[in-house]
Design a protein around this ligand. Structure first.
Ligand code: SAM
Length: 272
């Protein structure tokens, strides 16, 4: 049997005289099984509100709409609304927002509980994830296709080489897990890397901290991975005496600190 979704995608791109724009991270899903599994992983149903980032030609969007969920899609490519008007015609549960997801006020756009489901544009994956997690939005679940290497960083444990600021940000506010991997040939055009779908169940932060200050400490600590905590934190302007008095061995490197230790360090440095 041929790949109907591939044929359909090619047909739509040809009809609208479009080519996937590399600079916008356009890798369209052409595997119906992967699309279905993403929606299943998100456990989306008719009572849900969903934000999709980057609707493309509407492949994942349609699968989401079929569940009966209310779907808001943000798409930056000015050529795509005309396409989506055709591919998603007839769905009363769809709303399209034209613009850059990093510039839109998401708190205003999605004031009630919502889930995020997206095949993310890879050039801004980290910024999008940090925006979703750090802005205190009423988001309950984030299901995203990312590069496998990013999925590994999101779920990395302290002590591992890839544990970094992204791991801390994600794990501080959610329970992330890799749901499944997706090979390059499931996209048109195929990306250069293997991808993975990560499910993040968002919850309250693990420890009580001033989140802005905590984020500054974590980013400063990881800014130069090979340096000791003392060097990276003093380099970023934190007080040397306080670092030494914090109770955390300042000769350690950031990648060895657990979330709890980062929280303790942040609270101590801030005098909380
Ligand atoms: N959801 C479609 C799919 O799965 O086939 C398309 C996914 S494609 C990997 C990423 C989509 O994000 C593209 O349609 C691209 O135009 C869009 N995009 C890129 N940058 C964006 C931004 N800053 N804000 C909103 N959408 C963006």
């Amino acid at each position: 049997m041929g790949n109907e979704l591939l044929t359909w995608t090619r047909h739509i791109l040809k009809k609208f005289k479009l080519r996937a724009v590399k600079g916008l991270g356009q890798n369209f899903l052409i595997d119906a099984g992967a699309v279905r599994r993403i929606v299943e992983a998100a456990e989306v149903g008719s009572g849900d509100e969903v934000l999709e980032i980057g609707a493309g030609i509407g492949t994942l969007t349609q699968e989401l709409l079929e569940t009966g969920a209310k779907v808001t899609a943000v798409e930056v490519d000015k050529k795509l609304p005309a396409v989506l008007k055709e591919t998603l015609a007839g769905y009363g549960n769809f709303r399209l927002i034209e613009g850059d997801v990093l510039k839109i006020n998401l708190a205003e756009l999605m004031p009630r509980k919502f889930k995020v489901v997206a095949n993310l544009p890879y050039y801004i994956t980290t910024q999008i994830l940090l925006t979703l997690l750090e802005k205190n939005l009423p988001v309950t679940k984030i299901v995203t296709m990312v590069q496998r290497e990013v999925a590994e960083r999101m779920t990395a444990a302290p002590g591992s080489k890839i544990y970094g600021a992204l791991s801390v940000a994600v794990q501080f506010r959610s329970e992330p897990r890799v749901a499944f991997e997706v090979p390059p040939e499931n996209f048109l055009p195929p990306p250069e890397v293997t991808s993975a779908v990560v499910v993040c169940d968002v919850r309250k932060p693990s420890f009580e901290v001033d989140e802005e200050f905590f984020t500054r400490v974590v980013r400063a600590a990881f800014a130069q991975r090979r340096k000791t905590l003392l060097n990276s934190l003093t380099g970023a302007g934190f007080d040397k005496e306080k670092i030494l008095a914090s109770g955390i061995d300042s000769k350690r490197r950031a990648e060895t600190l657990s979330l709890e230790e980062f929280a303790r360090l942040s609270n101590f440095l801030q005098g909380r």
